[in-house]
Design a protein around this ligand. Structure first.
Ligand code: SAM
Length: 280
C-alpha cells in the first residue's frame, strides 16, 4: 500500500481481536451489539461509500496490494475515520466463511428507515413483507425493488435479518440503495391507516386478477405474505384489494420473491400504460 494510505494494519492471525469482532458479525446477536454488518466485494464497497454509508473497517487481501481501486477505497476509509486491515487469504476466508473469498470486505454501520418517516406520494411503490423467513428471498426482493424503482421495503413482524451475510449477498448491493424499515404488525397497521394510496395484498384466495388493477396516479403498498402461511387475517383485512396471480399446472403457489417480482413489474407496466378509467 502506498504512503498515501496511512493507518493500514497488517493482520495474519485469526486470534487478532479486530478479526474476531468482524468474524462475530456472522451472528445476528453480534451484528446487533455492534450495529454493524459486512458486505463483500470492491464494487459493493465503492457503491456503499458513494451512497453515503458509514464504513467502520475495510478488509483487503494482501494480493490486492498495488491495486489502484483498492488503494483509493482504503484512502476513503481512512478519511472517513475507519480502520483498514490488510489480511491473509486465510483470514478473509474465515471472515466471509468462503473458500474463495472476494479480495475486499467492508464493515458498515447498519441503517434502517424509521417507519414514521415514510410519507408516500405520487406513484411511489413500497413493499411490505410479512414475517419473511428466507434470506435469499429477502435479498432478492430488495434487489428487485431496486431494479423496478420502488421506494423501499417494510419488514413486518419477526423477519430474517436484512443485514445477514446471506441477505446482503442476495441483494447484490441493493441493500445500500433501497431503504428498509422494520415494524411490528401493530405498528404497521397503525401506520397503514394513514397510507394515501392503494394497499394491494397478494393472496392465493385473492378475489381480483392482478392484471386488472389500475396502479397509476397514487402510491401503492404491495403486501406479501409469509413463505409458509401467507398473509394472516389481520394484515389481509387491512388491504384495499387482495390480488391473485393466476397459475396453471400443479404448483400451489409461487415463490415469494418471484411473486413479488411479477407484481412489481406489473405495477410499473400498468402505471405506464393503462388508460385512466381502467378497473380499480
Ligand atoms: N402456503 C402459503 C399460502 O397459503 O399463502 C403460500 C405462501 S407463498 C409461498 C408466499 C407469498 O407469495 C404469498 O403469501 C403471496 O403473498 C405470494 N404469492 C405466491 N403465489 C401467489 C399467487 N399465485 N397469487 C398471489 N400471491 C401469491
Amino acid at each position: 500500500m502506498s504512503e498515501r494510505v496511512g493507518r493500514v494494519r497488517e493482520v495474519t492471525s485469526l486470534a487478532n481481536p479486530l478479526v474476531k469482532d468482524i468474524k462475530a458479525l456472522a451472528l445476528k446477536k453480534f451484528r446487533d451489539q455492534q450495529n454493524a454488518f459486512m458486505a463483500e466485494g470492491l464494487k459493493l464497497v465503492i457503491d456503499a461509500l458513494d451512497l453515503g454509508w458509514s464504513i467502520r473497517t475495510l478488509v483487503f487481501a494482501k494480493s490486492a496490494l498495488g491495486n489502484a481501486a483498492v488503494e483509493k477505497v482504503a484512502a476513503r476509509t481512512v478519511a472517513a475515520g475507519g480502520t483498514v486491515l490488510e489480511v491473509s487469504e486465510k483470514v478473509l476466508s474465515a471472515i466471509t466463511r468462503r473458500d474463495n473469498p472476494q479480495m475486499v470486505v467492508g464493515v458498515f454501520a447498519q441503517r434502517l428507515q424509521p417507519l414514521k418517516s415514510i410519507r408516500p406520494a405520487g406513484d411511489d411503490v413500497w413493499i411490505g413483507l410479512d414475517r419473511v423467513r428466507d434470506p435469499g428471498n429477502l435479498g432478492t426482493v430488495i434487489r428487485t425493488a431496486d431494479a423496478v424503482g420502488a421506494k423501499g421495503v417494510i419488514l413486518i413482524g419477526e423477519t430474517t435479518d436484512p443485514f445477514s451475510l446471506e441477505t446482503v449477498r442476495a441483494t447484490m448491493g441493493s441493500i445500500f440503495a433501497v431503504p428498509v424499515a422494520r415494524a411490528t404488525a401493530e405498528a404497521f397497521l397503525e401506520w397503514r391507516k394513514g397510507f394515501p394510496g392503494l394497499v394491494a395484498g397478494t393472496h392465493l384466495k385473492g378475489a381480483v386478477d392482478y392484471r386488472t388493477v389500475k396502479f397509476e396516479g397514487r402510491p401503492t403498498l404491495l403486501l406479501m405474505g409469509n413463505e409458509q402461511q401467507g398473509l394472516p387475517d389481520e394484515l389481509a383485512k387491512s388491504c384495499d384489494r387482495l390480488l391473485r396471480i393466476p397459475q396453471a399446472g400443479r404448483a400451489d403457489s409461487l415463490n415469494l420473491a418471484v411473486a413479488t417480482g411479477v407484481m412489481l413489474f406489473e405495477i410499473r407496466r400498468s402505471a405506464l400504460t393503462l388508460e385512466p378509467g381502467g378497473m380499480e
